[in-house]
Design a protein around this ligand. Structure first.
Ligand SMILES: Nc1ncnc2c1ncn2[C@@H]1O[C@H](COP(=O)(O)OP(=O)(O)OP(=O)(O)O)[C@@H](O)[C@H]1O
Ligand SMILES: O=C(O)C1=C[C@@H](O)[C@@H](O)[C@H](O)C1
Length: 330
């Protein structure tokens, strides 16, 4: 009983630590999980390929919760290998949890979602699931954006799998709000806007951007973030949420970056340097990575110029793109 899956890293549009409302977008950086289930095993053993000393509690809980929910409580082994740097603001925990839950479903022989990756058509009304599209008093329902839960060929929808990973993240103590924003961006791709207090998806929309990521050498664990300082910028977070719910993701992201860099004590210089050349730029998650994006249709944008401006800083620069297909069984 072996299963494999991959899930996306993501960048931030709105950090949810101030108000519980968050927004993120999937990028083309993956975490892969391999799960071997053994009905005779006592518990789950986890391994993280890049870091033998990293905490494996999250992925072990993901397997245990998934077999409890959809299997017979099997134990076994889980191994992740990842292009998403751990605790760098690029949603490594969400990617690891999503990949592990899907790999466990695969090992159990369950059909996930639409048999793999949803196309834009499968996730709503031509890309943007708006409140109006479902008319339920202000929230896009899961049905409007998820794989069809009534499809007899689907055993587990990706949103169900995503919510289980968020539960594991809360139990493992690696998140402040549950990070349903990051988890949905990693699982569904595109940009998502969520209510993390209720684990509700408000908007999901495809987005096509070129992406430049600067990751400094230091690490910042979300669980250690100064939540009171984030709550102090709540009025700015409300403004960012309004922009994001209006589909003005770029402006939302840049305002978010300035507010949360200040709240969390990160230098805003990289953002200021990028602004003349980028559609948007922000501190991602609880840092330390900074993500700049460029709309390829906008001739004013130039991520090479941003890379030049950031080039002398310590750490790594990565060029990538947004992804709209999300996580999948492999
Ligand atoms: N590849 C991985 N395999 C297994 N567990 C992982 C992996 N990457 C991250 N984790 C788990 O997630 C924890 C880090 O979570 P944290 O939220 O601090 O980082 P992040 O998700 O990258 O940050 P942010 O939310 O700011 O983007 C690690 O301590 C580990 O338990
Ligand atoms: O741990 C959390 O709850 C979060 C961490 C960061 O990634 C934030 O960007 C996210 O909105 C919420």
């Amino acid at each position: 009983m072996e299963g494999r899956a991959a899930a996306l890293g993501a960048g931030t549009v709105l950090n949810a630590l101030a108000t519980g409302t968050g927004a993120a977008f999937g990028i083309d950086v993956e975490t892969r999980a391999t799960v071997e289930l053994d009905p005779a095993a006592n518990g789950v053993d986890g391994e993280i390929a890049e870091d033998a000393d990293a905490d494996t509690d999250l992925i072990e809980r993901c397997v245990a919760l998934a077999t409890e929910r959809w299997g017979d409580g099997e134990g076994g082994r889980v191994r992740t290998d990842s292009d998403v740097p751990l605790a760098a603001g690029l949603k490594s925990s969400s990617a690891a949890a999503n990949a592990t839950v899907l790999a466990t479903c695969d090992a159990l022989g369950l059909a996930v979602g639409d048999g793999g990756r949803a196309s834009d058509d499968a996730v709503g009304d031509g890309g943007r699931a708006s409140d109006d599209a479902v008319g339920d008093g202000g929230r896009a329902s899961d049905d409007a954006v998820d794989d069809d839960p009534d499809d007899p060929a689907v055993d587990v929808t990706r949103l169900e799998a995503c919510r289980l990973g968020v539960r594991a993240a809360r139990e493992a103590g690696v998140t402040v709000t549950g990070a349903f924003d990051d988890a949905t961006a990693s699982m569904l791709g595109g940009v998502t806007v969520t209510d993390n207090d209720a684990d509700e998806l408000r908007v999901r929309e495809a987005v096509d951007w070129d992406v430049l990521v600067w990751t400094p050498p230091e690490r910042a664990y979300s669980a250690d973030a100064d939540v009171a300082r984030c709550e102090a910028v709540a009025p700015m977070a409300d403004l960012v949420a309004d922009l994001a719910l209006d589909g003005r993701y770029g402006e939302a992201m840049t305002v978010n970056g300035l507010a949360f860099s200040a709240a969390l004590g990160f230098d805003a210089d990289p953002a200021v340097e990028a602004m003349p050349h980028a559609t948007a730029v922000s501190l991602s998650g609880t840092g330390p990575s900074v993500v700049a994006v460029a709309d390829p249709a906008d001739p004013e944008t130039d991520l090479d110029a941003v890379a030049d401006a950031w080039g002398d800083r310590p750490g790594t620069l990565r060029r990538t793109t947004t992804r709209n297909d999300g996580a999948a069984v492999e």
